[in-house]
Design a binder for this molecule. Structure first.
Ligand code: HEC
Ligand code: HEC
Length: 391
């Protein structure tokens, strides 16, 4: 009891301290800690049977047209469930992370975006108070999908990710469902996970993958522990960096427990020169303005370099240099297709960004939690290599 009160007092004191630093006009409070576990939509409660089925599906290359790529190929625990290369290589590739290459004679292009981490994706859409709706959670850099259940079927249909030239886009999901249905072990696992429903369908495939991904949380970073009352959890440098993060204005977009407002903003990050055409982000599908991308979460950046929607920046120093250039009105680091007036007003309001700010970088380090589930299944029901051709 005494400890609880002491803890509450400490949290209270922390909030007062933070408020005193956020008192300036227009500035905002830093986020709250992450909850320990994630909520699921009403029609897909998380159960152990769904989670263990979802894990096998996530690692099974049978879900891809040529049976060579699994979800885990591009979302690998070794890289915080992202990968350490700028643009993903899907079907007809071999190797893992920056070692991954297309096999000789491949006619497939790289995916045009950087792989997002699955860690804490369960909390996507969290607002400043930590509220979120798992059924409508924003997905992808351009928010073209909502909810993990719906998102899970998209990579199956994407030519460069998992479909390849094996079947047409509108037949991809049914083709994968038919493969699963034909596998006795999957039939049994689906029936156990979805009793009373027609077991192997596109909907249950999405639900199982979603249920597994909701368990991939990392919610005990030094920042979370500090906000829950462990005064010693963050270093002096990290605390200075946290105040700087608020004062310069990063927090206006990177807020809430995920350090993202989940909105689309025009930052003018340059295109990745490896791409044949400029990536106009949300503008392309009409989900938002030209060159608008979703505010990236700042969780677990220690494991998920390179950064930005196209993996253009290798280090956090490079990212700060980009923001420093916007602040100082230098153009060198910006996308030439985006005029200064088109940049997000909250970006133009940044003041005092310093690319050599070690405290700010130390603070970002306090948002990473290495104690996440790195379990790899020893085999998958298809009998194919676990995780695809990643050796
Ligand atoms: C070839 C690499 C590749 C494969 C295979 C792949 N992904 Fe992804 N994934 C990506 C990339 C790249 C993005 C970002 C795409 C974008 O925003 O346009 C992404 C985004 C996501 C997101 C959105 C995360 C967020 O915060 O919005 C989820 C969830 C996800 N993938 C899950 C999966 C699942 C489940 C599978 C397997 C069915 C899978 N991925 C297969 C590369 C891959
Ligand atoms: C106007 C809103 C806004 C402001 C202000 C802002 N950011 Fe961002 N941030 C974004 C968006 C949007 C992205 C993704 C941009 C893209 O990929 O093109 C992003 C991406 C990032 C990334 C890359 C993360 C990843 O996983 O790739 C980091 C790191 C980052 N911001 C840190 C900061 C810091 C530090 C500040 C303050 C100096 C800041 N941001 C200010 C909106 C903002």
């Amino acid at each position: 009891m005494g400890r609880l009160i002491a803890g509450a007092l400490l949290i209270g004191a922390t909030c007062v301290a933070l408020l005193s630093f956020t008192g300036e006009a227009g500035s905002q409070e830093i986020g709250t800690p992450l909850p320990r576990a994630a909520r699921a939509p009403a029609d897909n409660p998380t159960t152990p049977a769904k989670v263990s089925l979802g894990r096998l599906l996530f690692w099974d290359p049978m879900l891809s047209g040529p049976r060579d790529v699994a979800c885990a190929t591009c979302h690998h625990p070794q890289f915080g469930y992202a990968e350490n290369r700028d643009l993903s290589i899907g079907v007809t590739g071999a190797g893992l992370g920056h070692r991954r290459r297309f096999s000789a004679g491949s006619a497939i292009s790289p995916v045009k975006r950087n792989s997002q981490t699955i860690l804490n994706v369960a909390f996507n859409g969290s607002d400043v108070t930590g509220q979120y709706d798992p059924a409508a959670a924003p997905m992808f850099w351009d928010v073209r999908a909502r909810g993990l259940e719906a998102q899970a079927l998209e990579p199956l249909k994407a030519l460069e990710e998992m479909r390849g030239q094996t079947y047409a886009e509108d037949q991809a999901v049914q083709a994968v469902v038919a493969r699963l249905e034909a596998n006795a072990e999957y039939r049994r696992l689906f029936a156990a996970a979805f009793p009373g429903e027609r077991a192997v369908t596109a909907a249950t495939l999405g639900k199982a993958l979603a249920a597994f991904q909701r368990t991939l949380t990392a919610a005990n970073a030094p920042f979370d522990r500090y906000m829950r009352g462990e005064g010693e959890a963050m270093t002096a440098s990290q605390l200075r960096g946290m105040r700087r993060f608020e004062r310069v204005g990063c927090v206006r977009c990177h807020n809430g427990p995920m350090f993202s407002d989940y909105k689309l903003h025009v930052l003018g990050v340059p295109d990745n020169p490896a791409l044949p055409a400029s990536d106009t982000g949300a503008g392309e599908r009409g989900t938002g303005e030209r060159y608008a991308f979703r505010t990236a979460s700042l969780r677990n950046l220690a494991f998920t370099a390179p950064y930005m929607h196209n993996g253009l920046f290798e280090t956090l120093g490079d990212v700060l240099e980009f923001y420093d250039d916007v602040d100082s009105r230098r153009r060198s680091d910006r996308n030439p297709n985006v005029n200064r007036e088109e940049l997000d007003p909250l970006l133009r309001q940044l003041r005092g960004v310093d690319e050599d700010d070690e405290d700010l970088i130390a603070f970002l380090g306090a948002l990473s939690d290495p104690a996440f589930d790195r379990t790899t299944p020893s085999r998958v029901p298809s009998g194919l290599p676990v995780g695809g051709r990643i050796q």
